[in-house]
Ligand binder design. Structure first.
Ligand SMILES: CC(C)(COP(=O)(O)OP(=O)(O)OC[C@H]1O[C@@H](n2cnc3c(N)ncnc32)[C@H](O)[C@@H]1OP(=O)(O)O)[C@@H](O)C(=O)NCCC(=O)NCCS
Length: 336
């Protein structure tokens, strides 16, 4: 049995998808995910799907309901504290009903228990309408509220006005700043509010992931620089290779330089960067208590759309462990 399919037995209403090996599974998965994923980030081809999965260190399990009302990725990750969680990304058309939802919860709970993780979470960009049935029938609670903003790109955006000594460049134009950029990125990722898998990090794999696709690579990373110092970085992540939509996947300011307006000027540049890349829409999803980012969205012309929720259920008892592999979830979580 392939490694991705090992583990607790699947409850009766669920089936496993072997996306890397079986073409028929991958094709059906693509069709169902595209049907239920309202965002423009579903892979379109088997090759694209497999490349996405292979980029993740330890592939998530792919499951679905036998009645084809739902598909989901399920993966366990441990943070640096060893406080693990099993995360579920579910794609469905609202409440899939029972036994499907209960079986998915039971499966994720069994995985969490077998890995020593302490909780199960349905992550924010899963269908929001799952939050209510998960709360009502399965004891989940809304753990986080994420606000979601959009910016239409006209194409004639100009760069931000910068004070003396500062300039904005792309990482593509200044590959010599990769180490500095990675330092600011790594510190900032640690400081982002919210519970989501942050993945294993080292500069080689960061650059490798950036370079893995020309359509989301180093030219999608803007750096606010002062000489050879990176003061802030902003990364756009295209929904899919050919998509004209991207997320502001990260805006981070050097810890030593926060509170000086650097996020404001770097973010003000995002429209011009998007226009230069041929994008027509930017999106930004941030936890509701990330007040700096909310303030920027509200004062830089972004419009608010539906919020996202992350719902969580703690396991009754668990013994934390740090021995499980850490996963990378850039494809589905958009927060790498
Ligand atoms: C969030 C972050 C990017 C802000 O950077 P910064 O350079 O300190 O922000 P700025 O000085 O440009 O401030 C931007 C605006 O937000 C406001 N703001 C910043 N931090 C705030 C806070 N903690 N509470 C309330 N308002 C805040 C500022 O007052 C400013 O508004 P104003 O210009 O109207 O006064 C920075 O703290 C950081 O890197 N955090 C970790 C990474 C992160 O969370 N990134 C976002 C998720 S991807």
């Amino acid at each position: 049995m392939p490694e991705a399919l090992e583990g607790p037995e699947l409850p009766g209403s669920l089936v496993a998808y072997d996306l890397l090996v079986r073409d028929a599974d991958a094709e059906q998965w693509l069709e169902l995910r595209a049907r239920y994923d309202r965002e423009d980030n579903s892979p379109r081809t088997v090759d694209e799907l497999r490349a996405n999965i292979r980029r993740q260190g330890n592939p998530p399990r792919a499951v679905g309901s036998a009645d084809r009302t739902l598909v989901a990725f399920v993966a366990t990750e441990f943070g640096t504290t060893g406080d693990g969680a099993t995360y579920v990304n579910a794609y469905c058309d609202g409440d899939p009903g029972e036994p499907v939802l209960g079986d998915l919860v039971a499966y994720a709970t069994a995985l969490a228990a077998s890995a020593g993780a302490g909780r199960v979470e349905f992550i924010a960009h899963a269908d929001n309408r799952l939050a209510d049935p998960l709360a009502a029938r399965h004891g989940f609670q809304v753990a986080e509220h994420w606000r979601h903003f959009e910016l239409a790109i006209r194409g004639d955006e100009v760069g931000a006005a910068l004070s003396e000594g500062l300039e904005i460049v792309t990482l593509g134009a200044r590959p010599d700043l990769a180490e500095e950029a990675f330092r600011v990125y790594g510190d900032s990722l640690d400081d982002v509010l919210g519970d989501f898998p942050r993945g294993a990090r080292d500069i080689a794999s960061w650059l490798e992931r950036l370079d893995a696709s020309h359509s989301r690579g180093r030219d999608h990373v803007a750096l606010l620089v002062h000489g050879d110092e990176v003061r802030a970085m902003l990364r756009l992540l295209r929904r899919r290779p050919e998509s004209d939509r991207a997320d502001v996947a990260m805006l981070g300011v050097d810890r030593a330089h926060r509170g000086r307006g650097y996020a404001r000027v770097t973010r003000a540049h995002s429209g011009a960067l998007a226009a230069s890349l041929g994008l027509t829409k930017l999106e930004s999803c941030t936890r509701s208590d990330n007040l700096g980012i909310i303030r920027l969205c509200e004062t830089q012309g972004w419009s608010e759309v539906d919020p996202h929720f992350m719902v969580r259920r703690e396991l009754p008892t668990h013994a934390g462990t740090t021995t499980s592999p850490r996963l990378r979830h850039d494809v589905d979580l958009q927060h790498d």
